[in-house]
Structures are given as C-alpha cells and as structure tokens.
Design a protein around this ligand. Structure first.
Ligand code: OAD
Length: 239
C-alpha cells in the first residue's frame, strides 16, 4: 500500500470519520443504494419538524438505533485510530459525524462528536440532559423527570448547528494532516472541512470505498474498506 507520508510525534494530526468507518461493525451507512436509512427517508426521522409532528415514530426509530449498539463492536479501523492517538498524544484530534460511540469504546479519548450521541438525550422544554441508560425506554415518548417535557435524542438533526464547531475551526486551521475516512462528503459543514484544512496548508488524505465528490483537494486517496486498509496505513505512517 503506497503512501508518501511519515508522521512525527510533533505533527498535528486530525481525523474526520463518517458512517463508512462503522460499516464493517455492522451499522448501516446513511446513503445506501435504496436511498433509505434503515427503511426510512432521513428527513422523516432526523429533523426537528419530524420530531414535533411525530415524536412517537422518531423515538421508535432512535430506540432501535440505541438498542443496536449493544450488538456491535469496534472494528480494526477504530482500533487503528486508537493506535494513532497513542502515537500522537495531545497532537491528535478525532472529529466524528458518527453517533455510535465506537471510537470511545476502541479507546480513543480526544473524540469530538459533532452530530451528538445515541447514548444521550435531553429535554426539549428545559434542556436538562440525560444518559439514555437512565431513561425508561418502555415509555412511548420518554418524559423529562424534572419538568415532564418530551425528551429527545441528543442528535444534531437537519437544520441544527453541529456541536464543537469553534474548537473544530481552530483544529482545521492548525492541523498538518487531515485524514478523512468513510464519509460521502454530502452533509455540511463536515463536507467543507477538507477544503478549509487545505486552505490553511494541511495535507489531505482520504480512505473510502468510492471516489469522493470533493476529491479535487486530496493529496492521497486510498480506495477500499477502512477496516482492511487503515491498520496497515497507520503502521506505515508512524513507523
Ligand atoms: P454516508 O452514508 O453519507 O456515507 C458513507 C460513506 O462511507 C460513503 O462515501 C461510502 O462510500 C463509505 N463507506 C462505506 N463503507 C465503507 C468502508 N467499509 N470503508 C470505507 N468507506 C466506506 O455517511 P456520512 O457521510 O457519515 O447525520 O453521513 C453524514 C451525515 O449524514 C451523518 O452523520 C448523518 C447523516 O445525516 C446525522 O444523523 C446528524
């Protein structure tokens, strides 16, 4: 596997992951060939309007996604990123669009979950947050124990502002490498991260099954499954 790079401990290294990194763990990506996400159109279950119109259906959907987490584990791509963080220490940043928590289970610590987390929810009325494991999921629409408002999954839905953007902007300005893994590059603002990091002088590397839309800004593209390619690539980058 050919790569032109060797990383040093003092290099700032940033990784952006999308659903593709968890595909080999058995979690479906969002934009499969049928255009549906676990039998739903994304807008049906991932927007504030969908939640206000039909909270029951949205909760049913996210409860299934949450319960699925008990059956999945990190794959070799997640563990390879733990190895990269061990190498780079505080110079390592992992930005993820994923809400499955598999990076943390693999042992990564500096994880920025820009689209929220399936393991958390918050009250749509008083904003109190809860871990899903504290909630009685037998309730059709789980209620806040403080004010009885409707709880909602702590997921950044369409039309909402992703988390940690101030920190992410600074990281993109300063990173020496941006490694993008398993994202279609369709959803903003993450789709813009490559060109921002490139503008500030970073080297851009991508690993994906398919050639990405924003491929013009890449310095290296590695086509294939992240779980099969990443362990070897990281070994080369840090050896
Ligand atoms: P997508 O489903 O849009 O894209 C998944 C990408 O992973 C595609 O480019 C695939 O080619 C690639 N892929 C699939 N299997 C792979 C593998 N084994 N190894 C490497 N690459 C693989 O998912 P995202 O780009 O993550 O937001 O979607 C972005 C956001 O859209 C999600 O975070 C989600 C959705 O709306 C929220 O739910 C808030």
């Amino acid at each position: 596997m050919k790569t032109n790079y060797k990383f040093h401990k003092e290099d700032e290294i940033t990784v952006l992951t999308g659903a593709g990194i968890s595909a080999e763990s058995g979690i479906k990506t969002f934009r499969d060939r049928d255009g549906l996400w676990e039998n739903h159109r994304i807008e049906e279950v991932a927007s504030p309007i969908a939640f206000s119109k039909n909270p029951e259906m949205v909760w049913k959907f996210y409860k299934q996604r949450y319960l699925q987490l008990a059956k999945v584990s990190p794959n070799p791509a997640h563990f390879a990123l733990k190895k990269l963080e061990d190498f780079s220490g505080s110079n390592f940043n992992l930005i993820t669009q994923n809400v499955d928590g598999l990076h943390q289970i693999a042992g990564n610590q500096n994880v920025l979950e820009m689209h929220g987390s399936l393991r958390h929810c918050f009250c749509s009325k008083c904003l109190q947050s809860f871990e899903i494991k504290e909630i009685d999921l037998d309730q059709i629409i789980p209620k806040c124990t403080h004010c009885t408002g409707n709880l909602r999954p702590d997921i950044v839905w369409f039309g909402e502002m992703p988390y940690k953007m101030e920190i992410i902007d600074k990281i993109l300005e300063n990173t020496k490498y941006l490694i993008v893994i398993g994202t279609s590059g369709i959803v903003y603002p993450a789709a813009r991260f490559l060109s921002i990091a490139k503008y500030f002088g970073a080297k851009a590397i991508e690993i994906n099954l398919e050639y990405p839309l924003n491929s013009t800004v890449l310095d290296e593209f590695h086509q294939g499954k992240a779980g099969e390619m990443l362990p070897e690539l990281i070994e080369r980058w840090i050896s």
